[in-house]
Design a protein around this ligand. Structure first.
Ligand SMILES: Nc1ncnc2c1ncn2[C@@H]1O[C@H](COP(=O)(O)OP(=O)(O)OP(=O)(O)O)[C@@H](O)[C@H]1O
Length: 291
């Protein structure tokens, strides 16, 4: 279990990227959802011991992460947002090399693990090809393979599905959820759908703070009976925005579908709809949370 207590980070330019983060994260997939600039990458880098917080504590399975970052790194796999690879080096060679860097000194055991990871990530048939020539989806799966070297107990993946086509994304999701059966997986993303499909637990982060936390279905249930929908002409949107808690707007056949948060019907033409995780996300971001 990962416990994050009162973690804060201010950059030298004065940006308060994290302001007192408290989270407890168990085995399985945990989704960290937030817009660009929310502080997700800062938190991921702190958890990967690549940055230190100004204040706060981190423990993983009872061990103090900040007091023993090297020990933590041995238990950790990390797929950063920008994952660079050496040009021209094959998947199998690169994974072997990264295994050496990870401290897997026994050559035979390392080879076995490299092969097993290439199988698990469906890259075995491509093991002799250069990773630099891989498609986006293959590269991300390779990223998971390298993150799993050394059998980590915690995996951090930072915005892994950005830029993947639907099929690659689906394949990547299946891989992540398989991995999540055994280890703590922290998935940082701004894609609500990723969290909805994969994560039994989640938190919404914005402005360096946790706005909401819990099981997606519980957070959705909190908005029950309070989300309303109406299709309006485009020129009417601004007026509705000024008078109602508009969660989101979506174009539909040239018109605009509004989703509004309200205790009772906001007016004629509105129908009550089932809330979804996007409603939770937008209501959290706009500060119009349940209560
Ligand atoms: N090295 C840095 N120096 C100064 N400010 C930084 C630095 N890194 C991040 N920031 C700022 O800290 C805030 C949080 O950034 P962070 O990258 O953690 O957010 P994020 O949620 O991961 O967003 P993104 O999805 O865009 O990466 C932003 O305002 C960002 O501009």
């Amino acid at each position: 279990m990962l416990r994050i207590s009162a973690v804060s980070k201010t950059y030298p330019n004065g940006v308060r990227a994290l302001q007192g983060i408290d989270l407890t994260i168990e085995r399985g997939l945990f989704g960290l959802l937030g817009p660009n600039g929310a502080g997700k990458s800062t938190l991921m880098r702190i958890l990967a011991t690549l940055q230190t917080p100004d204040a706060g504590q981190l423990t993983f399975d009872g061990a103090d992460v900040l007091a023993d970052p090297r020990g933590h790194r041995r238990r950790l796999g990390y797929l950063p947002q920008d994952f660079g690879v050496y040009p021209g080096v094959s998947a199998s060679e690169l994974l072997d090399h990264l295994g050496v860097l990870k401290g897997l000194t026994d050559r035979r055991a390392r080879r076995e693990q490299v092969d097993a990871l290439l199988q698990q990530t469906n890259l075995y048939a491509h093991r002799k090809k250069a990773v630099s020539g891989f498609s986006g989806g293959m590269r991300q799966r390779f990223g998971i393979a390298q993150a799993l070297l050394g059998n980590p107990r915690m995996l951090i993946v930072d915005e892994p599905t950005a830029g993947l086509d639907p099929e690659e994304r689906n394949r990547f999701h299946n891989l992540l959820s398989e991995v999540g059966e055994n280890v703590v997986v922290l998935l940082s993303t701004h894609i609500v759908e990723d969290v909805r499909q994969l994560c039994p637990r989640m938190a919404i982060l914005s402005g360096g703070r946790v706005l909401r936390e819990g099981a997606p279905e519980t957070l959705v249930a909190e908005l029950k009976s309070r989300v309303w929908r109406r299709t309006v002409e485009k020129h009417e949107v601004a007026g509705h925005r000024a008078s109602l808690n508009v969660l989101s707007t979506q174009l539909s056949g040239g018109k605009t579908a509004l989703r509004v948060l309200a205790e009772a019907s906001p007016g004629p033409g509105f129908e009550r709809v089932s809330p979804d995780l996007e409603d939770v996300y937008f209501s959290a971001l706009s500060g119009r949370t349940a209560s």
